[in-house]
Design a protein around this ligand. Sequence first.
Ligand SMILES: C[S@@+](CC[C@H](N)C(=O)[O-])C[C@H]1O[C@@H](n2cnc3c(N)ncnc32)[C@H](O)[C@@H]1O
Length: 280
Amino acid sequence: MKVAFDKHRDIWGPLFTAHIRNWAETVFRPADVMIANGQLSQEEWGDAPIPVEPVGGTSFSEKGIRLHKLRQLPADYERVRYFDFAAAEYEMGVHEYKAYIIKHAFPVLERYLMPGSRVMDCACGPGYEAIALSMMVAESEVVAVDLSTEMIRLACHNAKEHGRHNMSFYQADARNLPGALKNKFDAVYCQLSCSYFDDLSRVATCMFDALHNSGFVFLTEPYPTTPNSLSINFAKAANPWFERLYDKEELQAIFTDAGFKKYYWKEILPGIGLSIISKQ
Ligand SMILES: C[S@@+](CC[C@H](N)C(=O)[O-])C[C@H]1O[C@@H](n2cnc3c(N)ncnc32)[C@H](O)[C@@H]1O
């Protein structure tokens, strides 16, 4: 079968992936050593919310791992089409970059996530963070959500390959989450995805609705430093649906408007911020 040449998918996509891989080697790798040696300060902003007892639950995964596919794709499904094309390449290309993010974000999350916490990974991509989270919440479960048909299929496949049981997979739009996911979660994790949402306010409201009264949102996102702002030219060339970067003040305003009460931010790696946002 002939496939039409696409400059975003076939030229810029692989170049962006190579750029990300290079970034892991040349920026995150030395930063990782410097953080361990106390040679790199990590800025913090706001007061860290206080952890709360989880509500938990296992009802999504009690019949085993399932993939719930969308019956009708949104009219603008085109927005995630490049993630369908590039799911496998993305999975391989960003592995090391994300390994550093997990290494520096997850120890902070451990303060908030208990074995009984139920977590949603919103826009889970190939599912590695969702799988790692499912190990942290071994007495409860993780529901992984992504709109891209290929990404959610890959995430579900990866969870089975890793022998996970306490997970469930929903192909769903983060701007319009299914009713079944409302008021069910102790935490929502969302990584490297806000830049691809065209309406982050709507996503923030959906996250608010997905959480119990005392839940948390964790966002792990690049913010607009000079190198990141230059890199987004690459990101936009690889995927024209890349929207923009957000700084911590903007994220705080968007999530406060959605009803969240507290916002805390920490730079976990150069140019990468972890936001912890709480409902109470
Ligand atoms: C850069 S990837 C990040 C994936 C994963 N969180 C990670 O860190 O590797 C962005 C993901 O957002 C998903 N996405 C974009 N818009 C979405 C939407 N409206 N609803 C759900 N997922 C969406 C894409 O399909 C893609 O898997």
